[in-house]
Design a protein around this ligand. Structure first.
Ligand code: CAA
Length: 293
């Protein structure tokens, strides 16, 4: 049985270079956080130069916004940009101590990415996955060193959401968990250690909230009325706005993945799939909010 508490922090490995696989919105958001909070070199990669460039541009633009707001000095901005690089060549990850991926939420893709990265990093490099709905053990099943893989799940928007789920899978070593806890602390995030179960803690609950809200709509309720009915619960966002923040396609895919994780109680409704194709939810006012909410 795996220990349930936090591991001895002395087991944490130092992290002096970070690798980020994926340059999409989630990966770019946390690459930015690594730059600012760990103050170490960060290298990012993706499947095309165009995607890498887009991620680099996003990070530069977010740093610029902070400078404009007077929250960041130009010296710090320049230092962070000096620490940032992008490469299509995995060899650029050779001396990373911590590599985290946020590529498409598909088991085979994640397995392939880690198989490739394992060929170039040192054996003591910790590997982390930002998966939100796949099994960490399944992702690491073909690794030579599956014990170094740990789940490290951020929430959107990364800069603001205080939580990170650290997933201790059956094979995850205590060194990997301890390092993840230390990284989370240095990122000034609150970390909770979860088991390798479908949706971990947060998506397990959000899966119901978002899934059921959409099913209520499938059954004839309108967005506005559902959103208004639950407003007194005081959630920071109604479930439909949250689905759009996460991305309808991502939301539908996460629910489908949790379903495939032998959790049939989670599933994306037919309407959610349809609307994900369409790209947005309906019944919005000019400011993009649910009408009247
Ligand atoms: N990026 C960076 N910063 C952002 C941001 C973004 N996308 N959105 C908002 N912020 C910042 C703002 O700049 C502002 O910062 P300051 O106070 O320092 O100026 C702060 O957040 C508050 O923003 P606002 O005042 O504009 O808006 P708000 O008070 O309505 O808060 C919110 C916005 C933080 C997003 C809030 O609505 C919220 O917490 N929503 C719930 C989000 C949530 O549940 N996320 C989890 C999604 S599930 C997931 O991500 C996991 C998965 O696996 C799919």
């Amino acid at each position: 049985k795996k220990p349930s508490g936090a591991p001895d922090s002395a087991l944490a490995k130092p992290v002096s270079k970070v690798g980020v696989i994926g340059a999409g919105l989630m990966a770019s958001q946390f690459a930015l956080l690594f730059l600012r909070r760990l103050e170490v070199p960060v290298v990012i990669t993706d499947v095309s130069q165009e995607r890498v460039d887009k991620g680099l541009a996003y990070i530069a633009q977010e740093l610029e916004k902070l400078v404009e707001k007077g929250r960041l000095s130009t010296d710090d901005r320049n230092r962070y940009l000096g620490n940032l690089s992008g490469s299509l060549d995995y060899a650029a990850f050779a001396n990373c101590d911590w590599v985290i991926e946020a590529v498409f939420e598909e088991l085979e893709i994640k397995r392939e990415v880690f198989a490739r990265i394992e060929q170039v990093v040192r054996p003591d490099c910790i590997l982390a996955t930002n998966t939100s709905s796949l099994s960490v053990d399944a992702i690491g099943a073909n690794l030579e060193h599956p014990e170094r893989l740990v789940g490290f799940h951020f929430f959107n928007p990364v800069a603001v959401m205080p939580l990170v789920e650290v997933v201790r899978a059956a094979k995850t070593s205590e060194e990997a968990v301890a390092t993840a806890m230390k990284v989370a602390k240095n990122l000034k995030k609150t970390a909770v250690i979860t088991s390798d179960s479908a949706g971990f803690v947060v998506n397990r609950l959000l899966g119901f909230l978002l899934g059921e809200a959409m099913r209520a709509v499938d059954e004839g309720a309108n967005f506005e009325k559902v959103a208004k009915a639950i407003a007194p619960l005081g959630l920071p966002m109604n479930p439909f706005d949250l689905l759009e923040l996460v991305g309808l396609k991502v939301g539908a895919h996460v629910l489908d993945s949790m379903h495939a994780f032998n959790q049939e109680r989670f599933y994306a409704s037919a309407n959610l799939h349809k609307l994900a194709e369409y790209g947005k939810l309906l019944e919005r006012d000019g400011r993009g909010k649910i009408k009247g909410y």
